[in-house]
Design a protein around this ligand. Structure first.
Ligand code: TYM
Length: 338
């Protein structure tokens, strides 16, 4: 298939906190798998990370860390553009134009805003947190992406993106492709190891909540061995909230191995939770060890990462600037004289 005819994919991860196996199974694993089918754009969304307070030095270091993790996980920069969101100024510009078209009620209705803002004092909630979905819509629409590989928690943001794209198209004429969320069948919502009723998150402080992609094998193993289960014994998939811990471990196992549920249940027939935990830890470490080895090599190759990010931004700009020029024209801006 030639590059011209491939449909486009765009996705991104915030460089805030440590990336978890949730980010890997919900997002990165799919990205790697889709690289040959789609023309892919993967960004590190540093502008989004600013919606909550960030230490500047930490943000800079995290941005590079996340870029290196993309590559270490198997994103091939020859195939896919890997770039930093703030390197492509079209994202903020389109975001403003879409902001002016967004009814404020749409923003107040977003569950992520409701969750995040309920945990803060009214005065300390940045307007960025409210406007967050508009910037995400701009990320996607600039590339005319038809598919957006994300975890289950991003579903509502994708619906918002479609709504705002439709509103723009309706107001100014067909401009944007309407994107579809591409949610993995398994691993779209990995739960916390310490609390299987809450989504695993990179911004959760407690020590046994998540396996991080850069956790040493003994730490990853310890976290999994200590994960919360129940007083039962059957190692079976289940939608019973009481059994959410075991279900979560089985889901991680399934998302990593790609084995059907029945085969996994048969494998653990007559075995206990301890055996399941050991097997999950082994699968996780088998996947993380080569990723970490590549990550360490990349971080030691001076200049390589910067070069990849510069090339990625150049490829991204070529597409984003074209869409933005059309948008500027549609809304009635005077084209710059030179
Ligand atoms: P972020 O940084 O919170 O998460 C990055 C990706 O990881 C997925 N994910 C999970 N998947 C399964 N189980 C979990 N426990 C889990 N936790 C996170 C997320 O669904 C996501 O795919 N708003 C986005 C970043 C973003 C973006 C975009 C994504 C900004 N612009 C444009 C796609 C396209 C976010 O905060 O993801």
């Amino acid at each position: 298939m030639s590059g011209e005819t491939k449909k486009r994919v765009l996705s991104g991860i915030q460089p805030s906190g440590n990336l978890t196996i949730g980010n890997y199974l919900g997002a990165l694993q799919q990205w790697v798998a889709e690289q040959d089918t789609f023309e892919c754009y993967f960004c590190i969304v540093d502008l989004h990370a600013l919606t909550v307070p960030q230490d500047p030095a930490a943000l800079r270091a995290k941005t590079r860390e996340v870029a290196a993790i993309y590559l270490a996980a198997g994103i091939d920069p020859e195939k896919s553009a890997v770039f930093v969101q703030s390197h492509v100024s079209a994202h903020t510009e389109l975001s403003w134009i879409l902001t002016c078209l967004t009814p404020i009620g749409w923003l107040y209705r977003m569950t992520q805003f409701k969750d995040k803002s309920s945990k803060q004092q009214q005065e300390s909630i940045g307007a960025g947190l409210l406007n967050y979905p508009i910037l995400m819509a701009a990320d996607i629409l600039l590339y005319q992406a038809s598919a957006v590989p994300v975890g289950d928690d991003q579903r509502q943001h994708l619906e918002f993106t479609r709504d705002i794209a439709q509103r723009f198209n309706h107001t100014y004429g067909e401009t944007f492709t309407l994107p579809e969320a591409m949610i993995p069948r398994e691993g779209a919502r990995i739960m916390g190891l310490d609390n299987p009723l809450a989504k695993m998150s990179k911004s959760e402080a407690s020590e046994y909540h998540a396996v991080y992609l850069l956790d040493p094998p003994d730490i990853a193993r310890k976290k999994i061995m200590r994960s919360q289960t129940d007083s039962g014994r059957d190692v079976r998939f289940s939608s019973d909230p009481e059994r959410a811990g075991v279900n979560n471990l089985l889901t991680i196992y399934q998302a990593l191995t790609g084995e059907p549920k029945e085969a996994i249940e048969a494998r653990f027939e007559g075995k206990g939770y301890g055996d399941l935990k050991k097997a999950v830890a082994e699968q996780v470490n088998d996947r993380l060890s080569p990723l970490q080895a590549r990550y360490n090599r990349l971080m030691h190759e001076n200049g390589y990462l910067d070069e990849i990010l510069a090339q990625g931004a150049e490829r991204a700009r070529a597409v984003a600037d074209k869409t933005l020029a059309e948008v500027r024209d549609r809304v009635g801006f005077v084209a710059p004289y030179r």
